[in-house]
Design a protein around this ligand. Structure first.
Ligand SMILES: C[S@@+](CC[C@H](N)C(=O)[O-])C[C@H]1O[C@@H](n2cnc3c(N)ncnc32)[C@H](O)[C@@H]1O
Length: 219
């Protein structure tokens, strides 16, 4: 593990990733209870093998069906200890890979379900990642997601998101507050996409990440 951390990124970027991993659970302490009911419904029928992109500290492990084989693709090595710890507390049969999800080491048409929450805001190439998810899913396989997204076009909130983008990217490990992720998912070539928009209430997360979507994209 020490080696992975040393080689993952230049020292200053590594420091930012380490700080982000350390503070992440505290920052999400109100969000996870808030989003729990939505996750229960969204993840209700997961199969017995699930791939998660960017699992972070393992916020979604509690929603896996018992006996599920879990494969997490997590490029921040400083998240891995917490992920491992949560997985072993929950008795999850897990494997995780230190990799970016824009290139997924799975065969075509091989996976029934991919999940990802609050990840497409952070990846460098969201369209490429969605193409990879589509490639590895079996026909009829599903991608389940929750994402924070851009506020409507000319709103003050969209303006605020744009103004805050550089600083938020810096402190939030590459997170963009103003991505039109619904549009990117809809353009990714899935057979069907169901999306629900919702707004996280005040006090749970900063206002500029309150417009969110959840849904399912089917290959
Ligand atoms: C805001 S955190 C969300 C963590 C977790 N999914 C959750 O809901 O709490 C974003 C996560 O995406 C990961 N990430 C960033 N770029 C990625 C990429 N290219 N491929 C896979 N994961 C990535 C980060 O390391 C981080 O763990």
């Amino acid at each position: 593990m020490a080696d992975e951390r040393h080689h993952c990124c230049p020292p200053r970027v590594g420091l930012r990733k380490r700080v982000f991993a350390k503070l992440y659970n505290k920052a999400m302490a109100k969000y996870e209870p808030y989003i729990a009911d939505r996750k229960q419904v969204l993840f209700a029928n997961l199969p017995d093998r699930v791939v998660e992109i960017g699992p972070g500290t393992g916020a979604n492990l509690a929603y896996l069906p018992s006996g599920c084989r879990f494969i997490g693709i997590e490029p921040n090595p400083f998240m891995h200890d917490l992920l491992k710890q949560r997985g072993s507390e929950l008795g999850v049969d897990m494997e995780f890979r230190l990799a970016k999800a824009e290139k997924l080491e799975f065969d075509d048409d091989s996976i029934e379900a991919v999940i990802g929450t609050l990840v497409l805001c952070s990846v460098a190439e969201p369209a490429q990642l969605l193409a990879e998810i589509r490639r590895i899913l079996k026909p009829g396989g599903k991608f389940f997601f929750i994402e924070h997204v851009a506020a409507p076009g000319k709103s003050w909130l969209r303006f605020l998101q744009r103004v805050l983008r550089p600083i938020w990217k810096f402190v939030g490990d590459g997170c963009h507050p103003d991505r039109d992720t619904a549009q990117t998912i809809e353009a990714a070539g899935f057979t069907s996409v169901e999306i629900e928009e919702f707004t996280v209430p005040r006090g749970v997360l900063p206002r500029f990440v309150s417009p969110q979507i959840s849904g399912v994209a089917t290959r």
